[in-house]
Design a protein around this ligand. Structure first.
Ligand code: IYR
Length: 233
C-alpha cells in the first residue's frame, strides 16, 4: 500500500511533516510520446447519452473513483463523496425527480438564451440514461467537515477540488474504455434526500457510466484547436 493511502484521519493544525518525493524522471522522448498518445486518446472521449445495457466490470469503476480521489484539493481536505447507486428503485426515483425538474427547465426556466446554447447538443428533459446505464455514480461535495460530535470545519476551494476530481474520474473511465455523462440536474437538492446523505454534503453531479449503445449518436461538435485555447506571453 502506498503511504498516501494508509487510513486517513482529518488533520487540522498539525505541524508540517515533509517526506521525500523522488519520482524517477521520465526520459524526454518517452514523455513526448506519452503526451502525444494521451492527447489523441483524450480527443476520442465523447459525452454519451445513450448507453448499452451491457454490464461493466465494477472494479474498473472502483479504480476510476480511486484515481479521482487522488486529485489535489484545497488544504488536502478531499471534500468529495462518490455514491455508487445500485438499487434499481433508487435509480428510478432519481430519474423521476430529475426529469420532473428538467421538464420545468426545458419548458422555460432556463430561458431562451440558455436553450439556444443547448440546441446543438440535442438534449431534452428525458433522462433515460439515469436508469439505462449499467452504473450510476453520484458525486457529492462536502461543503464542510462534519465531525462525529457535530463539530463543523470549513472546507476550502470545494468547487474547484471536486471539479478536478471529476475531470480525473472522466479521464480514468475513458482511458479504461468506459463512457460517461456528467449530468447536473438543477436543482439537485433531491439527490441528498433520496440517497440519505449528511447535511454537509451537496450534490455536484450525477454520472451514468457504461458502454455506448450500438446505435449511439453524439452531436457533431468541433473542439477548439490548441492555438485557440493556449496563448503564450
Ligand atoms: N441540466 C440540463 C440542461 C443542460 C445544461 C447544460 I450547461 C448542458 O451542457 C447540458 C444540459 C440537462 O441535463 O439536460
Amino acid at each position: 500500500m502506498s503511504p498516501t493511502t494508509q487510513q486517513w484521519t482529518p488533520t487540522h493544525g498539525e505541524p508540517y511533516r515533509p517526506v521525500p518525493y523522488r519520482p524517477e524522471r521520465m526520459p524526454a522522448q518517452e514523455s513526448a510520446d506519452t503526451a502525444a498518445h494521451l492527447r489523441g486518446r483524450m480527443d476520442e472521449r465523447r459525452t454519451v447519452r445513450r448507453f448499452s445495457p451491457d454490464p461493466v466490470p465494477e472494479q474498473v469503476v472502483r479504480d476510476a473513483v480511486a484515481c479521482a480521489a487522488t486529485a489535489p484539493s484545497g488544504a488536502h481536505q478531499q471534500p468529495w463523496t462518490f455514491v455508487l447507486v445500485k438499487d434499481p428503485q433508487v435509480r428510478a426515483q432519481i430519474r423521476a425527480a430529475a426529469e420532473q425538474e428538467e421538464q420545468i427547465s426545458y419548458d422555460g426556466r432556463l430561458g431562451d438564451d440558455w436553450l439556444a446554447a443547448l440546441r446543438p447538443l440535442g438534449t431534452d428533459a428525458v433522462k433515460s440514461h439515469l436508469t439505462d446505464a449499467p452504473v450510476l455514480l453520484v458525486v457529492f461535495q462536502q461543503r464542510y467537515w462534519l465531525g462525529p460530535d457535530g463539530t463543523k470545519r470549513k472546507h476550502y476551494y470545494v468547487d474547484e477540488s471536486v471539479g478536478i476530481a471529476v475531470g480525473m474520474l472522466l479521464t480514468a473511465l475513458h482511458l479504461s474504455g468506459l463512457a460517461a455523462l456528467v449530468h447536473t440536474p438543477s436543482p439537485m437538492r433531491f439527490l441528498g434526500h433520496v440517497l440519505g446523505r449528511p447535511e454537509n454534503e451537496k450534490a455536484f453531479a450525477v454520472i451514468p457510466i457504461g458502454y455506448p449503445a450500438e446505435d449511439c449518436e453524439v452531436p457533431g461538435l468541433i473542439r477548439k484547436s490548441l492555438d485557440q485555447v493556449l496563448t503564450e506571453v
